[in-house]
Design a protein around this ligand. Structure first.
Ligand code: ARG
Length: 461
């Protein structure tokens, strides 16, 4: 395999060329080019601190700054050629800067290593990624809230074990997902807070003999402070693991929502219908309308969890500090952030256009069995101990099934004298919902109050 010259940044001690297979194996530019805005911001802050210390003249700093900004503009407009031989984004930018501005460019890497550089860039990328995700999650919450508002009073069965349990409203069901997404946002916020400290100045692993003003660099980059241990700062990828976990959990929430909607769109349930724009047909079966967005959300969540595992396994055996294995942190990170953003955007669109089939919801909710617990509660209110009440209602249920009589049509008093003449009143769905009025329960008034609470919370951003 013919070799290629090692990059100028580290060729000094080498007399042989790097095997081109090794270059192909070791490059990260094919994916870490995306760090360029952060790499450039980091380099400008670093150069400014060098100027403060008198390591760069004003003129040299200006050349570096404008050179880097020009490179940024060229990358954005597609006029920059990334070279695999220069391995990663850091060396591609530095080499091009030196090519463009000469000797001043060669001073930039003073008191810095690619190790603290990549840690800085990655933290900045995560911070930007989190800010984007927070907005996308809020957009999905608003779409769910809008559906909750439309179907605030639409009664459906609530399920446990996928068996009909008790009545709820569709609004209450949608708001459950708004809650989950709010926790995801809070976790993203925690993660953002923890990662927002600057590792720059940690050097390769042991700081530098040239003491740049780390606090000034951190402030320029919008960090809240600086890391306290250079070795930890270089080896730390906790913030990526945390972000990948939060992204996985958010994916898991949306995968559960997908599963609900897949069920609701079946002929068997029939509760929901998705728009033509968000479903696909079958090339063979003309009648099909498939909820592919939901299925792909469920499927892609597997990838999100896989990305988290990928990083944790890469980290677990690494001695301090930097090891090249760490370069493998970025493909799962980028993939998870991109994938979740797409999942959020497409789900927001799909949910906004989703309709419920209220006739089907009503028919399912009319099942009197949904009020079996309410019947037991009725007996409790007349003084029957709950366990006994449970058994009595169980007997009524068995009789309803055996005699093919709806539960609300049985002669309850004939089953047990504990059932008074008003026992039948239990079978009013309206009353049943209305009495579920404790905080967190699904009475329509509660659901409307929750919608108002969420509207105020989410509109204020
Ligand atoms: N491309 C490398 C990465 O992403 C940059 C750091 C390289 N550092 C080194 N000592 N080889 O991790």
């Amino acid at each position: 395999m013919p070799g290629l010259n090692p990059p100028a940044m580290w060729k000094g001690r080498f007399s042989q060329d790097t095997s081109s297979l090794v270059q192909q194996f070791g490059e990260s530019i094919s994916y870490d080019w995306r760090l360029f805005p952060h790499d450039i911001a980091g380099s400008i802050a670093h150069a400014r601190a060098q100027k403060t210390l008198g390591l760069l003249t004003d003129d040299e700093f200006s050349q570096i700054e404008s050179g880097l900004l020009e490179i940024k503009a060229d990358i954005i407009s597609g006029n920059f050629e990334f070279k695999t031989s220069l391995e990663d984004i850091h060396m591609n930018i530095e080499a091009e800067l030196t090519k463009r501005i000469g000797p001043a460019g060669a001073k930039l890497h003073t008191a810095r290593s690619r190790n603290d550089q990549v840690a800085t860039d990655t933290r900045l990328y995560c911070r930007t990624g989190i800010d984007g995700l927070l907005l996308e999650i809020t957009a999905l919450q608003l779409a769910l809230l809008d559906r909750a508002e439309t179907y605030a009073a639409t009664v459906i069965p609530g399920y446990t074990h996928l068996q009909r349990g008790q009545p709820v409203t569709a609004g209450h069901h949608f708001l459950a997902y708004v809650e989950m997404l709010e926790r995801d946002k809070s976790r993203l916020g925690d993660c953002r807070k923890r990662l927002n400290i600057s590792p720059l100045g940690s050097g390769a692993l042991a700081g530098s003999t040239i003491n740049l003003d780390r606090h000034a660099i951190a402030a320029e980059l919008g960090f809240d402070g600086v890391t306290h241990n250079s070795m930890d700062a270089i080896a730390d990828r906790d913030y990526i693991a945390e972000l990948l976990f939060v992204v996985s959990l958010c994916g898991a929430h949306l995968s559960r929502l997908s599963e609900d909607l897949i069920l609701w769109c079946t002929a068997e349930f029939g509760f929901a219908s998705l728009s033509d724009a968000h479903t696909t047909g079958s090339s063979l079966m003309p009648q099909k309308k498939n909820p592919d967005v939901c299925e792909l959300t469920r499927g892609k969540t597997g990838r999100l969890v896989g990305n988290l595992m990928n990083l944790l396994v890469a980290l677990k055996g690494l001695p301090l500090t930097y090891n090249r294995d760490l370069q493998e942190d970025k493909p799962p990170l980028f993939d998870s952030v991109d994938t979740l953003r797409l999942i959020l955007a497409v789900n927001t669109e799909m949910i906004s256009a989703m309709k419920l089939r209220e006739d089907k919801c009503r028919a399912a909710a009319a099942d009197p069995m949904l009020l079996a617990t309410d019947l037991a509660d009725y007996l409790v209110k007349t003084g029957v101990p709950f366990r006994h009440a449970h058994e009595l209602v169980g007997k009524a249920v068995a009789q309803a099934i055996a005699t093919k009589t709806p539960l609300d049509q049985l002669d309850l008093a004939a089953i047990d004298p504990a059932y008074g003449p008003d026992a039948k009143d239990v079978f009013s769905l309206e009353r049943a919902l209305e009495s579920r009025s404790n905080p967190g329960a699904p009475s329509i008034a509660n659901v409307r109050a929750e919608i108002a609470r969420w509207n105020a919370l989410l509109q204020q951003g």
